[in-house]
Design a protein around this ligand. Structure first.
Ligand code: ADP
Length: 589
């Protein structure tokens, strides 16, 4: 039984509830037998006068009727109890499992997400939780309770007459053996079926994500063909899996029911031998027919249980992934950031190579370099989205590996290019920066982030609903909302990814103003794409191919005539006459 706890990934409480559910089903199965026993007694009492010629025992008949009503009432209560113990507890346990999985996912390192695609992850959480819920409510308690019931019934029948019992259950090992033997094949087809389902959700997601591109480039034929073929493959996998499982179950049932024939045969032999009671024989035949229902339940639930184990196994894997840990109570005394000989790889090849860099507190440090040189990676490492492969990163003298990721996060604000906005009011979207901030604090942050103007022009001002991921806002407006969030959070460290998309001069000027507000007095790391905006920063770190190749202030680097000077020159030339005067995110100390 302990193995079941492991297999289903139940909590201690869930396991206790599960055992209670099994007991409840056994009780209701036994309670179901009571009216049946009364019925048999009724038949025997009615048949007896036909054989003996005596008048029927009316007192006994009345008593049996009373017992029948009591048994029916008992069954009602037993079934109600079963319902509560199985369904209600299954749903509350599955809620716990969902929360636990969500909580674990939140604490997993980003490397985990890098190796999993989103649809697999979603399926994991949603479908696998549903599977466990289904196993716990519909499959496992019924399966185990029926196994217990049938064992009890076997024992009782064997006491009643062991010869007939032997005949009744003779074919049972063969039929269960068949189901168990086919398990491997079923699991293999089941896994393929699950994979095909995953593939379909992948294709659907891809189709929906790319619908604009599909329309723009007239790809509807090709893209819908890949979706269609995924659906076709899922259908065939389902047919193969269901067909095979169904065939095995039917065959096992047929073999099992040979038992009835054997009972009749044995009974007739015993009767012809003499010394065997007809009523006893008839009673046994009636019971034999009835005894098959729990057996049939077991036969149908067993393959379903095996199939569900595929999902629970995957969930176990997810739940056993190591999470990021660290001290939750560490308080950072200052915000000097130090990278010492940091090397890091997303997969095999190193993308950051032996990089050392100091970012002094209350200064603006710009990371520049060609695309793919590792700028974003450095900011992600500072935020401990990933742990470094070798070397170390210290903030305020503390190795960030020792700091709880959420604790570390409380010291940082992010302004990324791909701002995620939720389908909620503007007010709530800004409040994400700090839950519990008052309306006035939100207004103040919005004003500093130069958002107030455009928000007040929206139909319902701060209460306007932003469409799915802010599709009703321009790029510049979205970024200013994300700056407002960061201002509201008021964290001492700011990691900023400057927008690459070209913005109109007015928007760009407003964003630069907002950024200037954000960087005041904070330790800032900015990924700069437009080099003219970083000339006035406190420090520029130039990356190339994961290495730090130059470091200094703008004028020095221009004078050095190295990579920075080269990149700067290229940008200036390509900008040509369009280069407008904008304010750099300067924070000269
Ligand atoms: P930059 O910000 O300078 O453009 P990045 O830090 O984004 O550079 O990327 C550095 C290198 O790491 C690139 O070669 C990029 O392909 C790779 N890389 C970035 N993100 C991932 C990721 N999530 N998984 C694997 N490789 C990545």
């Amino acid at each position: 039984m302990k193995k079941i706890k492991q297999l289903l990934g139940l909590s201690d409480e869930g396991y206790r509830d599960f055992k209670r559910a099994v007991v409840a089903v056994v009780i209701s199965n036994l309670a179901l037998l009571l009216p049946f026993i009364v019925m048999i007694q009724l038949i025997v009492t009615l048949l007896a006068p036909l054989m003996t010629g005596d008048p029927p025992d009316t007192a006994k008949l009345w008593l049996l009727l009373g017992c029948g009503i009591a048994a029916a009432a008992l069954y009602f209560f037993a079934y109600r109890n079963e319902y509560r113990k199985t369904y209600v507890t299954a749903y509350s346990e599955s809620e716990k499992i969902r929360l636990d999985v969500a909580e674990r996912i939140r604490r997993l390192p980003m490397s985990f997400f890098n190796s999993k695609d989103l649809s697999e992850l979603t399926t994991n959480i949603m479908a696998d939780c549903t599977s466990v819920e289904h196993v716990m409510s519909h499959v496992a308690p019924g399966l185990f309770a029926n196994i217990i019931t049938i064992t009890l019934a076997c024992a009782l029948l064997a006491v009643y007459d062991w010869r007939l019992s032997l005949a009744l259950f003779a074919a049972l090992p063969v039929s269960f053996g068949l189901i168990l033997l086919s398990r491997r094949l079923q699991t293999k087809l089941g896994e393929k079926h699950v994979q095909a389902k995953l593939n379909v959700s992948d294709r659907i997601q891809e189709y929906l994500d790319g619908i604009k591109v599909v329309k723009a480039f007239g790809l509807s034929g090709e893209k819908s063909e890949s979706l269609r073929s995924a659906l076709r493959s899922m259908m065939w996998n389902a047919i193969k899996f269901e067909g095979l499982t169904g065939a095995f179950i039917t065959l096992a049932m047929m073999i099992m029911q040979v038992g009835i024939g054997l009972v009749v045969l044995t009974g007739v032999l015993l009767l012809t031998d003499g010394g065997f009671d007809v009523i006893k024989f008839l009673t046994f035949v009636i019971v034999s027919v009835k005894i098959y229902s729990p057996l049939i339940v077991i036969l149908t639930l067993l393959p379903e249980f095996f199939y569900m184990l595929i999902s629970t196994r995957r969930m176990q894997q997810l739940r056993s992934e190591p999470v990021m840990t660290g001290d939750e109570t560490i308080a950072l005394q200052n915000f000097n950031i130090e990278l010492k000989n940091v090397t890091f790889a997303y997969r095999e090849s190193d993308v950051i190579k032996n990089l050392s860099l100091t970012i002094p507190q209350s200064s603006v440090t710009a990371l520049v370099g060609p695309s793919g040189s590792g700028k974003s990676t450095v900011t992600r490492l500072i935020a401990r989205f990933w742990d470094v492969k070798s070397g170390e990163i210290r903030i305020g003298g503390k190795n960030i590996r020792d700091v709880d990721p959420e604790r570390l996060m409380s010291y940082m604000s992010f302004v990324f290019q791909d701002v995620v906005l939720f389908n909620d009011t503007v007010m709530n979207n800004i409040r994400i920066g700090r839950q519990g901030a008052s309306d006035d604090e939100v207004y103040a942050a919005a004003r500093m982030a130069r958002c107030d103007g455009f928000i007040r022009h929206m139909p319902c001002g701060y209460e306007t609903l932003i469409g799915e991921n802010g599709s009703t806002l321009s790029g510049g407006e979205r970024q200013r909302i994300s700056i407002a969030r960061a201002l509201l959070k008021n964290a001492p460290i700011v990691l900023l990814d400057e927008a690459t998309a070209s913005l109109d001069p007015e928007n760009e000027a407003l964003i630069q103003e907002a950024i200037s507000e954000l960087v005041k007095g904070r330790t800032v790391v900015v990924i700069a794409h437009r080099l003219r905006t970083v000339l006035g920063t406190d420090k520029i770190a130039v990356l190339e191919n994961g290495r730090l190749v130059e470091e200094g202030i703008g004028d020095e680097l221009i004078a050095q005539n190295g990579l920075f000077a080269r990149l700067y020159k290229i940008q200036q030339e390509s900008l040509g006459w369009t280069a407008g005067k904008v304010m750099p995110p300067t924070k000269k100390s």
